[in-house]
Ligand binder design. Structure first.
Ligand SMILES: Nc1nc2c(c(=O)[nH]1)N[C@H]1C(S)=C(S)[C@@H](COP(=O)(O)O)O[C@H]1N2
Ligand SMILES: [Mo]
Length: 393
């Protein structure tokens, strides 16, 4: 016998114990292949929905030249972003249940059977690490807590590709087993009743936890459920004038400039000022009433009736050339959301307005007095408050 091939007795002993421990765990229906497959399929769906809705949100906020976002249906972004946050929240119990369920399988000897198997096992590192990163940063963000140094959307976006890439590897490797497990008759004659019951109880508890978390947050955007929304930091009906404020005038440092009696809106090209409008002048232009939501990327939203002047009319009266993009600028000196861009298509929608009133009242300074941009089908971050300038490109 070749001595190089014999495993030293202590190692063999550890190996035997580990195998016994693992086999005992895997006999438990909650650690079975079927549970792993069911949770895996649910996670696959929720990750995909989350990824696609997140990607869409990213494209709308940072449009590449080939991408253009429509203004209709006006509430579409509210739905896709609500779905993004709701599926993200629902994922959390599924993810922890899956990790707990497959945990014993991580311990095996040899670590991998061949190179392909080694790659598949290694891909679990970015998959698990990345998934935990995504749910942690996502939850912290919707809870308005930013304990990190990097810019949340950039990190959350970059890691989503790491997760989706490793998920493709993982799903490919497990496809055949998962398919067999999902197709198998659920309570086949060979499976003892006790084990079927154990598995169902476990999956039922996981599903109920997911559902409870969604109900406790989704009221931030589904108004009839707002009273149940105990885990969401925002309720769509609470705040100045009856809806939420993310950033107040004081926080933005615009309390004085926004309430300056000499305030005027300027329409500029890069080179010259085409025209300025006082609030009185804007008030004398034909007013447009639009019922549109603010749909924050954090998942809360609120629909309000706004009154103001269509951006198209303001540009026309200033003699600005048609068919150009416009940068909307705020009085706010710094901050990431001090400006946003409107494409010619968005400007042509008559509901793209600079609002002066909400619910028939003058806009509160925390909601963007004297002028706030409000336009259909647009993420909240692009609904610029305290607008002072329209720059035609
Ligand atoms: N100038 C300016 N406009 C802004 C913001 C801001 O920070 N500064 N916040 C945006 C965000 S993130 C949202 S969701 C909407 C609604 O925010 P509010 O709740 O602060 O009004 O306004 C947007 N407009
Ligand atoms: Mo927002």
């Amino acid at each position: 016998m070749n001595p190089a091939l014999t495993v030293p007795e202590p190692v063999a002993m550890v190996d035997r114990r580990l195998s016994r421990w693992r086999e005992a765990r895997l006999d438990d229906p909650r650690h079975s292949d079927r549970v792993a497959a069911i949770l895996g399929a649910l996670l696959g769906v929720s990750f995909l929905v989350c990824f696609l809705t997140g990607l869409l949100s990213h494209l709308i906020q940072h449009p590449p030249s080939w991408f253009s976002w429509t203004t209709r249906p006006a509430g579409l972004y509210r739905v896709t972003q609500g779905l993004h946050v709701a599926t993200g929240v629902a994922t959390i119990p599924l993810l922890f249940a899956k990790l707990w369920s497959v945990f014993p399988r991580l311990f095996r000897w040899p670590v991998a059977d061949n190179a392909l198997h080694a790659i598949e096992r290694l891909s679990l590192l970015p998959l698990i690490g990345g998934s935990l990163f995504m749910v942690t940063t996502g939850v912290a963000n919707i809870e308005l807590w930013y304990p990190w140094v990097f810019f949340f959307p950039a990190g959350h976006y970059a890691v989503s590709f790491v997760v989706m890439g490793s998920l493709v590897i993982h799903a490919t490797a497990k496809w055949a087993t998962a398919r067999r497990e999902l197709r198998r008759h659920p309570a086949g004659p060979r499976e003892p009743a006790l084990s079927v019951a154990g598995r169902r109880r476990f999956l039922g508890a996981v599903g109920a936890t997911s559902a409870a978390l969604v109900v406790a947050t989704v009221g931030q955007t589904v108004s009839p459920l707002r009273k149940l929304s105990i885990l969401a930091p925002r309720r769509p009906d609470i705040g100045v004038q009856g809806f939420p404020v993310n950033r107040t005038a004081v926080e933005a440092g615009v309390t004085d400039t926004a309430q300056d009696p000499g305030f005027a809106l300027a329409v500029e090209t890069g080179a010259e000022t085409l025209r300025t409008f006082t609030l009185t002048e804007l008030g004398e232009l034909p007013q447009r009433s639009a019922t549109l939501p603010i749909s924050c990327v954090e998942g809360w939203s609120t629909s309000q009736t706004w009154d103001g002047v269509p951006v198209r009319d303001i540009l026309d009266r200033a003699g600005a050339p048609a068919g150009r993009s416009v940068r909307v600028e705020s009085l706010e000196g710094g901050g990431r959301y001090r400006r946003s861009d409107l494409t010619p298509g968005q400007i042509d929608d008559a509901d793209t307005i600079l609002a002066m009133r909400v619910k028939g009242e003058q806009l509160h300074v925390d909601h963007g007095f004297p002028l706030r941009l409000i336009a259909p089908n647009r993420p909240g971050v692009l609904q610029t408050k305290w607008v002072v300038k329209l720059v035609v490109s």
